[in-house]
Design a protein around this ligand. Structure first.
Ligand SMILES: Cc1cc2nc3c(=O)[nH]c(=O)nc-3n(C[C@H](O)[C@H](O)[C@H](O)COP(=O)(O)OP(=O)(O)OC[C@H]3O[C@@H](n4cnc5c(N)ncnc54)[C@H](O)[C@@H]3O)c2cc1C
Length: 466
């Protein structure tokens, strides 16, 4: 089933004393939280998903309109439920299609899966409100959730699942790039690509997975098109290999760690694995489970050092692309249609719907038809243009984590206010938790967070009051 969101909402003023949960954000994190809540039997439970977009389950990652954009995680690891690893595979087969559990599905099909799993548990306890939430106002014993143009919703608990934000603006010499037809500030809206000429040259600023998606859509939309990708490091994500049969478990040292020790440990493990003909990817994958505990054992300065010195090298190994995408990129680079360069834009001159740029380490001037911001989600909530985050900050209900990777919160997701106190019954799920738990952006971690938050909320509800 596809759950389209209704366009109007009414207030949730049922005198029923059951738990009323408002989930802000109807992407994967919000939908998985709702699924876990509704699958339980909490008495009098009511769940409202508030989502700006007219569809739920999609968000940024699974809302792509291009079926060539693939999951970057194998199908067998993308189940919505940690304790039923085969669930996505079972769902896919139940729809009458064949699936390779080791393969990489089109991302937009994953949104269908999430919506179907929500439909399995949805009944009149669930409401979807299509409106951007602008504020959440404490009322003493709960909250009022204020959406744009809809009546407020009363809630006993709020889950912040607002996900990934648009990238920080691109700058040249400290000045933001202007609004212009050639400037694409939101890389996840692909409509601009349809307007490109057949022989367009496109500059992608950023060389991560979003830049790769964009390159595939641009290049495969016209045989005469070319793409230049530029980033500080010029590092592309590594590729998954076709089949990985060997696992590698690293015995991570106990106690506090430094970023340099961690990097040395990783290199040792890769070398040890190599001596036994085990690929480095098995070492990276084996470190996934202990990543949260490792992150918590780095002090703040060491986390900073990791981010400044090692994070990019870790990310390109950790978040890999599907082998078939990697093979196509190799072909485009060989044919001269895709070029990779290091450094950002150092000079830009725009005229008549296109512009000329100079790039960091590249002395050549390049004439381009579009400049696309693929620098990755902006994580600093103090710079967010999401009115909800601005208003919650003004109320001192939320604060940035010290590394500006997301919200200040506990490892359990309980949101901490400006003074470091836990805000009553307010949780974060998914990317906003990244500062506290570094691995918080992919489904294997999000599904566990969503299940745990649902358990915490309903356990509190069932506990006798004192
Ligand atoms: C391009 C891309 C590809 C990815 N591919 C994978 C993959 O293959 N596998 C994997 O495991 N992970 C992948 N990820 C990681 C991704 O972060 C998670 O898998 C997951 O999609 C995050 O879901 P989310 O709901 O937290 O965030 P989002 O997808 O960002 O969804 C958040 C939702 O909240 C809504 N929202 C925000 N603010 C408000 C507001 N104030 N009021 C109402 N609604 C609001 C937004 O409209 C949005 O729909 C990818 C990420 C990206 C960006």
């Amino acid at each position: 089933m596809t759950t389209a969101a209704p366009t109007t909402a009414s207030t949730h003023t049922d005198p029923d004393t059951g738990l009323r949960v408002s989930i802000v954000g109807g992407g994967a994190s919000g939908v998985l939280t709702a699924v876990n809540l509704l699958a339980g039997a909490a008495p009098g439970l009511r769940v409202t998903i508030h989502e700006t977009l007219p569809v739920i389950g999609a968000g940024i990652a699974y809302g792509t309109t291009d079926s060539r954009h693939l999951l970057n995680v194998r199908a067998r690891h993308m189940s919505a439920f940690p304790d039923t690893p085969s669930d996505l595979i079972d769902w896919y087969r139940a729809t009458g299609r064949k699936i390779d559990p080791q393969g990489f599905l089109p991302r937009r099909e994953y949104a269908d899966y999430l919506r179907d799993r929500l439909a399995d548990v949805a009944d009149d306890r669930l409401r979807v409100v299509t409106a951007r939430v602008e504020d959440v106002v404490p009322t003493g014993d709960g909250y009022e959730v204020h959406g744009e143009g809809v009546p407020p919703t009363e809630a006993d608990a709020v889950v912040l699942a607002y996900g990934n934000s648009a990238p920080s603006p691109l700058t040249v010499d400290g000045d933001e790039l202007p609004d212009a037809s050639w400037h694409v500030s939101n890389p996840w809206d692909l409509t601009w690509i349809d307007r490109l000429p057949e022989d367009a040259v496109v500059l992608l600023v950023g060389t991560g997975l979003t830049a790769i998606d964009t390159a595939i859509t641009v290049l495969e939309g016209g045989p005469g098109r070319r793409v230049v990708m530029a980033s500080r490091h010029g590092l592309l994500p590594e590729a998954h290999v076709d089949q990985q049969s060997t696992a590698w478990v690293s015995r991570v040292p106990e106690g506090p760690l430094t970023a340099d020790q961690l990097a040395a440990f990783f290199d040792e493990q890769v070398a040890a694995a190599g001596r036994q003909d085990v690929d480095w990817r098995a070492v990276v994958d084996g470190l996934r489970a202990p990543t949260q505990s490792i992150w918590l054992r780095l002090d703040l300065d060491e986390r900073r050092r990791f981010l400044a010195r090692y994070a990019r090298h870790w990310e390109v190994r950790r978040h890999r692309m599907a082998p078939e995408i990697a093979a196509r990129l190799v072909g485009y680079r060989r044919d001269g249609r895709l070029r990779l360069t290091t450094g950002g834009i150092t000079w830009l001159s725009a005229r008549n719907g296109s512009c000329r740029v100079l790039l960091g380490d590249d002395p050549q001037e390049v004439q381009v038809d579009a400049v696309v911001n693929c620098t990755g989600p902006q994580t600093d909530i103090t710079r967010s243009d999401n009115p909800l985050l601005q208003n919650l900050r003004e109320r001192s209900l939320i604060a940035p984590d010290p590394l500006r990777l997301g919200l200040s919160c506990r490892t359990t997701g309980e949101v901490l206010d400006e003074t470091g106190e836990a805000v009553s019954r307010m949780y974060a799920v998914g990317p906003p938790r990244k500062g506290t738990l570094y691995e918080s952006t992919a489904i294997p971690e999000i599904r566990a967070q969503a299940a745990a938050v649902a358990r915490a909320l309903t356990a509190r509800q069932s506990a006798p009051s004192v």
